[in-house]
Design a protein around this ligand. Structure first.
Ligand code: MG
Length: 395
């Protein structure tokens, strides 16, 4: 048996099941696991039909091939048959329980079907509805033999007699069908709760006028229930998208993934740039002249993308005119870049010390000049007194 892993399918589909208006429980079971679609209609009385149909869908879901291989799909249905017989022997469900089965794999433009009983597969193609499967029922045999008409079959007392089902004969073989389909075709799989309530024409009209497959499945079931709902009704609608659509969707998906990674990369680059910009801003500062004083700005000097990243951190009391002419000129024109505000404050402190030293030197120089002047004046005064004293001693 092929690997269980199924390929991702691009089929659009819808499904619905309903107990109907007469039965008190639903014996139908279904699988919607693209590309696999299965409808089973259980029989055998309360707490038996649903057991048989449930066993069938689980076995088929687990054993069906991953691709449209009709032989392997048929083998999966045969295994489901044996599983139901075995379950009845083991006391699960009831002896004689059984189920119909319409199992299909729709892979791109290839459709394979394994069929047992009177559940059906239809194909709506170019507006025309074609029944793909043949019923294993007494009514189908009588109609084919020309003994009764389709209309007579609808009210025939033995209209529920099934001539082949899963769960009775261990040698049972399903009918196998294998066809090519086209994009735009629509597959319908259903239990007889639909086909005994609606004519093929009514089914075709609903299939053709309702583009959304899920809405279409709901409308089919609602129509069957509205017509009386004498039986459980189960419907799967699957649209054939084909190779072209698959390729288009694959490309679209690949394009989306590529776009996602490009956007993610751009976002990472922008985030890194913003982080780097903020980091640089937090660790940068510069000094400029403002109102004749030395101002400390935190951030990067200039603008990026028209935005300024710096702000005034401190307007100091240091007068630019008190600084060295070269430094003062630089502060008035380009500014002086430093590594952060702490370095800026240290530089301003050095300016203060430099100014203080300069002022101290000037004060010392002035004091020395004053002292020299005073000494000179004292010397000059002493020189003018001495000749007079000398003259007195002589007298
Ligand atoms: Mg039924």
């Amino acid at each position: 048996m092929a690997a269980r892993k199924r390929k991702t399918a691009y089929t659009t589909f819808g499904s619905r099941t309903d107990v109907g208006c007469v039965r008190d429980h639903n014996e139908d079971s279904l699988v919607v696991a693209p590309p696999l679609f299965v409808v089973c209609d259980g029989m055998g009385g309360h707490a038996a039909g649903e057991v048989a149909s449930e066993i069938a869908v689980r076995v088929i879901e687990n054993r069906a091939p991953a691709h449209a291989d009709v032989e392997e799909l048929g083998q999966a249905v045969e295994e489901a048959n044996l599983a139901i017989i075995r379950a009845a022997h083991e006391g699960r469900g009831r002896e004689g329980m059984g189920t119909t089965c319409t199992a299909a794999i729709l892979e791109n433009e290839r459709l394979v079907i394994a069929q047992v009983g009177d559940s059906r597969a239809y194909l709506l193609s170019k507006g025309r509805l074609q029944q793909l499967t043949r019923d294993h029922s007494l009514m189908a045999d009588l109609i084919e033999a020309g003994h009764i008409t389709k209309e007579e079959a609808k009210v025939h007392p033995q209209r529920s007699v099934i001539t082949r089902a899963l769960g009775s004969d261990p040698r049972m073989l399903p009918d196998l069908f294998e066809i090519d389909v086209n994009p735009g075709d629509r597959l319908l799989i259903c239990s007889d709760g639909l086909t005994t309530m609606l004519s093929d024409e009514e089914i075709a009209q609903i299939l053709a006028r309702t583009p959304d497959p899920q809405l279409c499945a709901r409308q089919l079931v609602n129509a069957a229930v509205g017509a009386g709902g004498y039986d459980n009704v189960t419907v799967i609608v699957a649209d054939v998208t084909g190779f072209t659509e698959v390729r288009r969707r694959k490309l679209t998906r690949k394009t989306r993934i590529t776009a996602f990674f490009i956007l993610a990369l751009l976002a990472a680059i922008i985030a890194a740039a913003v982080y780097g910009f903020n980091f640089a801003s937090d660790h940068s500062a510069y000094l400029m002249e403002q109102d004749g004083k030395v101002a400390i700005y935190q951030g990067l000097q200039g603008e990026m993308l028209g935005l300024s990243s710096s702000h005034l951190y401190d307007l100091t009391d240091v007068a630019v005119d008190d600084l060295q002419p070269g430094v003062a000129n630089r502060l008035r024109t380009d500014g002086i870049k430093v590594d952060g505000v702490e370095a800026a404050e240290a530089l301003v402190d050095s300016y203060r010390a430099e100014i203080a030293a300069k002022q101290q030197a000037e004060a010392d120089q002035q004091a020395a000049a004053e002292e020299a002047k005073t000494a000179k004046e004292a010397d000059e005064a002493g020189a003018s007194v001495t000749p007079s004293a000398q003259g007195g001693d002589a007298q």
